[in-house]
Design a protein around this ligand. Structure first.
Ligand SMILES: [Zn+2]
Length: 296
C-alpha cells in the first residue's frame, strides 16, 4: 500500500479525502483494508474502547501528528465502520473534539446523517459518517457491484454487506442511493419505524420515525423466517405513501427481511407507471381541467 499523508494534502471534505485516497490507491481491494489504511495514514494503534455509552473514540493532538483509534468490541462490520469514522475525524483537521485531544462518539453519532444548522458537533459527526461510507464503499466499486443487480431485492443488500464487510444498514443506504429504481428501505425495530432511507425520486414515507409499522404491512405476517428475505409482493400503497384520491394509485410492493434481534428491513418498491397509463392520465387530467375551467 503506497499511500501516505502527503497524498491527502489540502483535502478537507470527506469527498476530497476519499478522492485522494482512491487516486493514491487505484487498486484498493474489497473489502477495503481499513486497518492497513489507518496504519499508513498516521494511526499508530487501534485499541478496544470500554467506556460505557460510547462506540468509538480517537486520541490525538490538534496537529494530528499521530493518533490512536478506540473501538468498542463487537461485530466486524460495525467495528470497521467505527474505525473508518474515527479515521475521518483524524484526517479532518477542522474537527474539534469536545475535550482537548479526545473524540468520543456514541452509537447515535455513528448513525447521524443530517445536522441542525449551526450545530458544529452534529456536522462533524455527519462528515465522519460520510467519510466512513465513502471509504468503505468507494463509489466506483459500488457501481461495479450494483451493475450485476437488476430488480430491487434485499438479497442484494445482504450481498453488498457481505462483500464490502459493512453493516446491513450501511449497505441498505448505499443500495437505495445507487439503485436506478424508485425504492426505499425502512428499518423497523420492536414494531416501530426506526429509520427510512429512500431514493431521491421515492415519495415521502407517511409513517414517521417512531410510529408503528402499519398493521397491514407484510412485516406483521407470521410466515417470516429470521435471516431470510421474503418474497416481493404487492401491498396497498397508502400504507406507506400519500396517495391522492383523484389519481390512480401507483403500484407498491414490499419485501421483508427479519433479523434475529427484533430488527427488520422492509424494502418498498414503487412500480414504474407504464407509458400507456401515464398518457391516459394526462388525457384524464386534461379533461378534468377543461371541465373545471368551464371550457368544454
Ligand atoms: Zn464521531
Amino acid at each position: 500500500m503506497p499511500i501516505n499523508r502527503k497524498d491527502l494534502a489540502d483535502a478537507g471534505s470527506p469527498e476530497a479525502l476519499v478522492k485522494r485516497i482512491l487516486k493514491a490507491e487505484p487498486n484498493l481491494p474489497v473489502p477495503v483494508p481499513i486497518q492497513e489504511l489507518c496504519a499508513r495514514l498516521g494511526i499508530l494503534r487501534i485499541e478496544e474502547l470500554d467506556t460505557d455509552g460510547f462506540e468509538g473514540g480517537l486520541v490525538t493532538d490538534a496537529k494530528r501528528s499521530e493518533g490512536t483509534i478506540l473501538a468498542k468490541r463487537g461485530g466486524e462490520p460495525r467495528r470497521r465502520f467505527t474505525i473508518a469514522h474515527e479515521l475521518g475525524h483524524f484526517l479532518m483537521a477542522h474537527h474539534v473534539p469536545d475535550q482537548p485531544g479526545r473524540f468520543l462518539c456514541k452509537s447515535s453519532d455513528l448513525l447521524r446523517l443530517t445536522a441542525k444548522v449551526g450545530d458544529e458537533r452534529q456536522l462533524r459527526e455527519v462528515e465522519a459518517n460520510r467519510f466512513a461510507t465513502l471509504v468503505l464503499m468507494p463509489p466506483h466499486l459500488l457501481r461495479e457491484a450494483m451493475a450485476a443487480f437488476r430488480e430491487p431485492d434485499l438479497q442484494h443488500v445482504l450481498a453488498l454487506a457481505r462483500d464490502f464487510a459493512v453493516g446491513k444498514e450501511a449497505a441498505a443506504r448505499a443500495y437505495v442511493q445507487y439503485h436506478p429504481e424508485r425504492i426505499a428501505i425502512v428499518v423497523a425495530g420492536n414494531g416501530r419505524v426506526q429509520r427510512c432511507y429512500r431514493s431521491l425520486s421515492f415519495p415521502t414515507i407517511v409513517c414517521g420515525v417512531g410510529s408503528p409499522v402499519p398493521t397491514r404491512s407484510r412485516y406483521h405476517s407470521s410466515s417470516h423466517r429470521p435471516n431470510t428475505a421474503s418474497d416481493i409482493a404487492p401491498c396497498s400503497p397508502d400504507l406507506w405513501i400519500d396517495v391522492r384520491r383523484d389519481l390512480r394509485a401507483p403500484g407498491l410492493s414490499e419485501q421483508v427481511y427479519l433479523q434475529q434481534n427484533g430488527f427488520a428491513m422492509i424494502l418498498l418498491r414503487l412500480e414504474p407507471v407504464p407509458e400507456e397509463s401515464a398518457e391516459e392520465r394526462r388525457l384524464e387530467e386534461g379533461w378534468r381541467h377543461r371541465f373545471h375551467s368551464g371550457r368544454r
